[in-house]
Design a protein around this ligand. Structure first.
Ligand code: 5GP
Ligand code: MG
Length: 182
């Protein structure tokens, strides 16, 4: 592909685009084996998981359904706000489906915990599992763990490949570590 170069981004590269792609190959193979013969609905949590979801889904050759949820929890700052806001009134139709929630990063666990609780309480899925691109090594604020994680990382602030700092950098092809404010 003939892409224009990105201008210099802050911080240091944590995982290059090539490293991310290689990890998605193995993760997708694991998911494909697990969800074969199951009524799979993949449910990315927007906005941060958009690149992850797009690249992962195209590696899973199953007759899956795709639904999206839009949730805000960070409001552009580098600290979690502690509240999870659903941006839509209705939940996607996942009754009797095996749901795979996708998120960019498992940090405090509040977002995925809130989404999973609400789905289980109101949407009657057959099962709910969770795949995150990044899993921070820290104590969670909620009892929430991922069933699948692309990479385990230290408790640092990451941008790129869907992850933002004050709304920017989601379109970087690689993952970078920064020290806000920057
Ligand atoms: P939670 O704290 O609920 O597990 O994560 C909520 C959200 O906080 C994530 O989906 C992500 O949008 C944001 N977040 C957590 N850690 C980071 C980080 O290191 N970098 C960025 N850009 N966002 C993060
Ligand atoms: Mg975010």
């Amino acid at each position: 592909m003939n892409r224009p170069p990105f201008p210099a981004a802050p911080g240091r590269v944590l995982f290059s685009a090539g490293v991310i792609a290689a990890r998605l190959d193995t993760l997708a193979a694991e998911l494909t084996a697990f969800y074969r013969e199951k009524p799979l609905t993949v449910l990315p949590i927007l906005n941060g998981s958009l690149p992850f979801a797009a690249d992962l889904l195209r590696r899973i050759p199953l007759p899956l359904h795709l639904e999206c949820l839009s949730v805000a929890s960070y409001h552009g700052a580098a600290q979690s706000s502690g509240t999870v806001t659903f941006r839509q009134h209705t939940l996607p139709p996942v009754a009797d489906r095996d749901v795979l929630l996708l998120d960019d990063i498992l940090d405090t666990g509040r977002t995925l915990h809130a989404v999973r609780q609400r789905l289980l309480a109101e949407a009657a899925p057959r099962s709910v599992r969770v795949a995150v691109l990044l899993r921070k090594n820290k104590l969670r604020a909620e009892p929430m763990e991922a069933d699948y994680a692309g990479f385990d990382i230290a408790d640092e602030f990451v941008i790129g490949y869907g992850l933002d700092y004050e709304g920017r950098y989601r379109n970087l092809p690689e993952l970078r570590v920064i020290t806000p404010p920057c």
